[in-house]
Design a protein around this ligand. Structure first.
Ligand code: GLV
Ligand code: GLV
Length: 318
């Protein structure tokens, strides 16, 4: 029997799989451990299931020296020091694929909700301000036939592109290595340098992962290049956008609006964002469908079972 430590409760379907063979302990179903609590609870563990909000740094890895595997319950893994994990022969896995459609759906939810001012509209009705149909009441932006610029064109970015076809949109994308021509034509999307994408897009979605090359990729200078009525949606990672520059662009109505699922200093949200009507805020719920979260739970459990048996887990990163 191996020891598996979960920093937070995940859906039962994953826990049951692990409990059939191993000893499972869960920090809490309400909150994550701080670093000292994490080390204290995980130092004898053979496996950890971590969340994207757990910082798995050098100190944690060095002090938890029984670890064979850390299974991150997320597709992104910028919270883990991969280099130190690798040096210590610890396997790292993530949960790609099963959350792609859920996250693409939330990207589109925020895009349309921002364009059509859905949160403002809902508040308007609840505040009993609706006293009759108005020719110029709560006017928003047209999406049909407009240009969508997708930053980060992995599984999720591509799923966002596919949804754009029903809106007859022109789709531009930017990523480090452009796709092959036949892949592009299948997706009906064209590679664009960031500069061109920012200047030509009516809607910009961020579907990239966070790394040295995407940190503050969208900063003051980039907001300057955007169209006056641009809408930006971020369901990737907060630090890809300089949040101060975003607040300024929104306050000055430099762009039409923003839909945000992620924040620069999560779970802290810049208080200035809370004051603005032209931004819609969700609490990092991109993958929050019952289906996706159950599939993610099975994935981390099966990868841990494999690693403990000395097999190569399916979703191994290093
Ligand atoms: C969520 O942001 C994830 O990386 O799964
Ligand atoms: C993101 O692009 C993913 O791997 O789903």
């Amino acid at each position: 029997m191996a020891k598996v430590f979960l920093t937070r409760k995940i859906p039962d379907i994953g826990i049951e799989l692990l409990k059939q063979k191993h000893e499972v302990s869960i920090f809490s179903d309400q909150k994550n451990p701080n670093k000292q609590q994490l080390i204290k609870n995980a130092q004898n563990a053979d496996a950890i299931i971590s969340l994207l909000s757990d910082q798995i740094d050098e100190e944690v890895i060095n002090k938890c020296n029984h670890l064979k595997i850390i299974a991150n319950y997320a597709v992104g893994y910028d919270n883990i020091d991969l280099k130190v994990a690798q040096e210590n022969n610890i396997i790292i896995t993530n949960t790609p694929g099963v959350l792609t459609e859920a996250t693409a759906d939330l990207t589109w939810t925020l895009l349309l909700a921002t364009a059509r001012r859905i949160v403002e509209s809902d508040k308007y009705v609840r505040d009993l301000k609706f006293d009759g149909w108005g020719p110029e009441l709560l006017l928003g932006r047209k999406t049909y036939g407009k240009t969508l610029g997708i930053i980060g064109f992995g599984r999720i970015g591509q799923a966002v592109a596919k949804r754009a076809h029903g809106f007859n949109m022109e789709v531009l994308y930017n990523k480090r290595t452009p796709l092959a021509q036949d892949e592009e034509s299948k997706l009906g999307a064209r590679f664009a340098e960031l500069d061109k994408l920012l200047k030509e897009s009516d809607f910009i979605t961020i579907n990239a992962s966070l790394n040295d090359s995407t940190y503050h990729l969208i900063d003051e200078k980039e907001f300057e290049k955007m169209k006056d009525n641009a809408i930006i949606v971020n369901t990737g990672r907060g630090p890809i956008v300089n949040e101060k520059a975003l607040v300024k662009a929104l306050q000055q109505n430099k762009i039409f609006g923003a839909g945000l699922d992620v924040y620069e200093e999560e779970p802290k949200v810049n208080p200035e964002l809370l004051e603005l009507d032209n931004v819609i805020l969700t609490p990092h719920t991109g993958s929050a469908t019952t289906y996706a979260r159950n599939e993610m739970a099975k994935m981390v459990a099966n990868d841990i079972l494999a690693a403990i048996e000395g097999k190569d887990p399916v979703n191994r990163i290093v």
